[in-house]
Structure formats: C-alpha cells, structure tokens
Write a protein of this length. Structure first.
Length: 95
C-alpha cells in the first residue's frame, strides 16, 4: 500500500517496481500519471468500484501484457494505454 499515492479516492501515482500490480480497494479513479512510463509492470488488476481511468494513466507501460477491468468502469480516457505496445489481454470481470 505504501507504493500507492492516493488522494480523494484517486490513485495519483504508483512508485513501486512490482511486476504484477493489484490496485487497492477504495479507489474511484486512476489518474495521470499514475503508471505512466513504468517499465516494470507486466499485469494490473483494477478493483471493483473503479469507475474512471484518466487520459494517459498507463501511457508508455511498454511491458504491460494484461489488464483486468471490473464492470464498474464507466470511462477510459483518451490515450490511457498509448504506447502499451505489448498489451495483449484486456479482461473484464464481474464483482
């Protein structure tokens, strides 16, 4: 949890180096530049309750392969996954 900078239910920044990320519960949105340019990330699981992924939130995560989205997602911002060239799987799950 110490690797996540959260303010007003928005994930502002991830400072860790883990390969497989589970975003903590209680987040409403993922902002820019939360994961921007993080080359360590291979997969991300977004918890139920997250509704928005803001513009450029994951931009440049070159090694990101898999992302699991909850059905609570209402909007994904422009270029949220720009330059995520290895992104192969975007899965949705029900909570």
């Amino acid at each position: 949890m110490n690797d996540f900078v959260i303010k007003d239910s928005e994930l502002k920044l991830y400072t860790g180096t883990d390969n497989h990320i589970e975003i903590p519960a209680g987040i409403n949105s993922i902002g820019f530049p939360a994961f921007c340019g993080n080359e360590h990330i291979l997969s991300v699981t977004i918890p139920c309750g997250v509704q928005y992924i803001m513009d450029g939130a994951f931009r440049g995560c070159q090694n990101l392969h898999t992302i699991a989205l909850p059905t609570s997602i209402k909007a994904i911002g422009k270029n949220a996954f720009l330059r995520c060239d290895n992104l192969e799987t975007i899965g949705k799950y029900h909570h």
